[in-house]
Design a protein around this ligand. Structure first.
Ligand SMILES: [Zn+2]
Length: 60
């Protein structure tokens, strides 16, 4: 299953959310704000499902 990533709002790098889900599971995730600390610049990200890079679901 693809590991979901979001883009850091500060340094723009792709950061792993540590959520490893398939598309069906993703669609059923609770729409809520989650927090994640960027490993590159230590910026605390507040993200929701709209911020996830969904291109991972188009592969394979
Ligand atoms: Zn960052």
């Amino acid at each position: 299953m693809p590991l979901l990533h979001v883009h850091c709002k500060k340094c723009k790098k792709s950061i792993s959310t540590e959520l490893d889900v398939d598309l069906d599971t993703f669609k059923n995730l609770t729409y809520t704000e989650r927090t994640l600390e960027c490993p590159y610049c230590d910026e605390l990200q507040v993200w929701n499902l709209d911020d996830v890079d969904r291109s991972v679901f188009n592969k394979g």
